[in-house]
Structure formats: C-alpha cells, structure tokens
Ligand binder design. Structure first.
Ligand SMILES: Nc1ncnc2c1ncn2[C@@H]1O[C@H](COP(=O)(O)OP(=O)(O)OP(=O)(O)O)[C@@H](O)[C@H]1O
Ligand SMILES: [Mg+2]
Length: 271
C-alpha cells in the first residue's frame, strides 16, 4: 500500500519576497491525525497551501509519499491532488448551489454520473455529518457550524487518502466545536488509513483529536511529536502557549481620552 505521509524538507514558504515560514522540517505520518497549531497569522494556512501545491515553496520541498510534489509531472501531480480533500477555512461553499450540489461538486466536475447517483453520493456524506435534512438548503440558510460540516462532507466525498482541514472549529461555540472534533475522529475511524491534517489554534481541539502535533511560532517549528511529549515539554515558548499566555506582555495602550473631548462629550451626554 502506498504511503501518504507528508514531509517538509527545509521548507521556506511565503508570498513573493515575503517569507512566512522558515526552514520547516517535519513529518506528518500516514494514517494519523496531525494537528498543526500556531497563533493567528503564523502561517498555518500558508503551510496548507503548500501541501496542496497551490503555491511553490520559496525553497526546500514538500514531499508526499516520498515524492517532491513540484518534481512531479502535471499528470502525476493531478493524480496525487485527486487523493486530497480540503476543508477550507471559510468552508468555500458556492452560494448559488444547494448543499447537495455543493457537496457533489468534486464528483460532478470530474465524473460522468447521473443526477440520481450524484444526489445519492451527496446524501451519503451529508448523513455522515448530520446534514441529510438540509440537502436542498442554500449555504446562506445555514449556520457557520453547518457550513463547516458541509465543507467537510464535500472534502470527503471522493474518499481522499489525505484530508486537510483548515480551522474546522474556529468560530464555533465550544459544544459545536466538540461535535466537530468528534466528527473528525469518527471520520478517521471510518477511513482507517486516511492521513488527516488539521490546522488549528484551538488547544481544546488539539487535545481532543491529535495523534501527532506540529507547533509553529514565528514561522518556524518549535515542536513536533506526540501530544504526550508536547504536554511534557519544558520548552518555555510551548509552556506559554499551552497555558494560553502571550509573550507580548500587555503593554499599556490605554491612553486616557483627551480632556477637551471628554469635556465636550460630557456636555453632550448631559444635554
Ligand atoms: N495571499 C497572500 N499574499 C500575501 N501575504 C499573505 C497572503 N496570505 C497570507 N499572507 C500573509 O502570510 C502570513 C500568514 O498568513 P496565514 O493565512 O498563513 O496565517 P494563519 O496561521 O493561517 O492565520 P489564521 O490563524 O488567522 O488563519 C500573514 O502575515 C499574512 O498576512
Ligand atoms: Mg489560516
């Protein structure tokens, strides 16, 4: 069986001359749930874009199953890309299509299947994410959590070997977030050897699902290993992160309002 592990080799990535990620060396093992954790803006989505080949590394490489994805021919790359499902950070559903049509897109775009078969396939995955009764709803008729679940259904409809989820729990209340975690776990149990990569800044979610952890800070990896090793780590940055502290001490940005403005404001408020 082909291995679908993902490896970053001295990866530098960013936009034009703006380097976001510096010298990332890490491995996301086949068949495991890996969580990439880091603060907002540290480059998590940028790293995900590298895995799906949306942009070329500034230097270094992304290897999938031991192959440098940018050394593949177009045909080979497309073949590999077909084995990846992506849940984008914003769900990326098309507003003009119903949920069933949205979810069936990865199939309807590439395969010649009857409407009935496409609908059957869509309903199957919508059932997996608990949205079978919303098949004919449009995205704007759904809550944020529902849209994320629909995005997940669309990502798995092709039964990919690699499933990439960008912030599946962000913007969800803790209970809905916990349900999403449970859904990802059950998905992973259902698709035994699927390599699942979840990008998150949600520590609770990491603790609920991770089998492997990659932590990014200031564009570099500060930890890679098991959740157990992460909790036991004595790295001070990591300790801060795990205790949800920030390195930036809360410098006082509260300058008092201008006295003249205050006086005018008071006058107006009392008028
Ligand atoms: N298309 C782009 N062009 C130029 N810079 C970008 C682009 N997309 C992201 N960036 C920059 O790259 C950096 C990392 O962004 P990225 O979206 O990867 O962060 P993130 O870790 O996913 O953040 P969040 O947790 O908020 O989603 C940011 O400084 C951002 O401004
Ligand atoms: Mg992001």
């Amino acid at each position: 069986m082909q291995a679908w592990d993902i490896a970053f080799k001295a990866l530098h990535a960013g936009y034009d001359d703006y380097t976001v990620l510096r010298n990332i060396n890490a491995n996301l093992p086949t068949g495991k749930i890996s969580v990439i954790l880091g603060g907002s803006g540290c480059g998590k989505s940028t790293l995900l874009r590298q895995i799906i080949g949306l942009s070329r590394p500034l230097s270094g490489a992304v290897m999938i199953g031991g192959k440098d994805i940018f050394a593949l021919s177009h045909a080979e790359f497309r073949k590999m890309r077909r084995q990846m499902g992506v849940l984008f950070q914003d769900g990326a559903l098309l507003g003009a299509l119903t949920l069933a049509q949205n979810v069936a897109l990865p199939l309807s775009e590439h395969l010649k299947l009857s409407k009935a078969l496409l609908r059957k396939a869509a309903l199957r995955v919508l059932r997996m994410v608990g949205l079978e009764n919303f098949a004919d709803f449009y995205p704007n008729q759904l809550s944020g959590g529902m849209r994320k679940r629909a995005g997940l259904a669309r990502a798995i409809i092709t039964e990919p070997r690699i499933l990439l989820c960008d912030e599946p729990t962000s913007g969800l209340d803790p209970i809905t977030a916990a349900r999403m975690d449970a859904l990802l776990r059950s998905m992973h149990t259902h698709y035994q050897d699927m390599t699942l990569v979840v990008v998150s800044h949600d520590l609770a979610s990491l603790r609920a699902i991770a089998q492997h952890v990659l932590i990014i800070k200031d564009g570099s990896t500060i930890f890679a290993g098991t959740p157990k090793a992460m909790e036991a780590s004595t790295n001070p940055y990591l300790q801060h992160f795990l205790r949800r502290e920030t390195d930036e001490r809360n410098t006082d940005t509260h300058t008092p309002i201008d006295a003249n403005i205050r006086a005018s404001l008071d006058k107006w408020l009392e008028s």
